[in-house]
Write a protein that binds this ligand. Sequence first.
Ligand SMILES: Cc1cc2nc3c(=O)[nH]c(=O)nc-3n(C[C@H](O)[C@H](O)[C@H](O)COP(=O)(O)O)c2cc1C
Length: 217
Amino acid sequence: MQKPLNFEELTPDEMLNASRDFRKKISRRRSVRHFSDRAVDREIIENAIKSAGSAPSGANKQPWHFAVAENPDIKKNIRKAAEAEERDFYHGRAPQSWLDDLKVFETDENKPFLETAPYLVAVFLQRNSIDADGGKHKNYYMPESVGIATGMLITALHLSGLATLTHTPSPMKFLNEIFDRPSNEKPFMLIVTGYPTKNVTVPDIERKPFQEISTFF
Ligand SMILES: Cc1cc2nc3c(=O)[nH]c(=O)nc-3n(C[C@H](O)[C@H](O)[C@H](O)COP(=O)(O)O)c2cc1C
């Protein structure tokens, strides 16, 4: 069955302006590693998740789940588990070349923002879908689909006026336990969001030039 597309046609000028405006706004997005404990309206987080949930996905399987920590005890547990993994990573597991690549970000095993930020959104990838009768069904292109949805989540949060951090304390299996998620779900990313602290700084990094990241034929 088909239905009409709800397509909003813009004039050529409106299109150009919209593309320039979006580019200007999105180019201000940076990963922030110092968050304030200032409260954020929960509807903003809900709307961002609804936006992410509208992402395209392989055969529309929507192979994602977003588990949100706002409770201080849950955030404390996440911090504790993440810091334990990060300690292993920074003091043993990570090869020197990886640690060298991370120097510019001045990161270490301490993650206080996991407690100060008002919301932590754990994105889970569903390896398969389970129907109401407990039957297992195949999902398709899960990393691609969940990657797109996570990008839309970050974009929605940014355009709503919030800062974000894409955090991947590896391995993230502890998130299944904390959020009571089933074993067919793989923790994909932890998105930290809230207001940045006043006068926060970010690493002075460069983007690859347009000519390098694109080729037109
Ligand atoms: C998949 C992925 C995992 C990341 N994991 C971490 C992380 O665990 N800790 C961290 O501080 N930053 C992490 N980052 C943030 C990157 O360091 C950051 O996006 C990159 O340096 C570019 O900086 P920007 O986001 O400010 O533009 C991650 C980013 C991505 C996309």
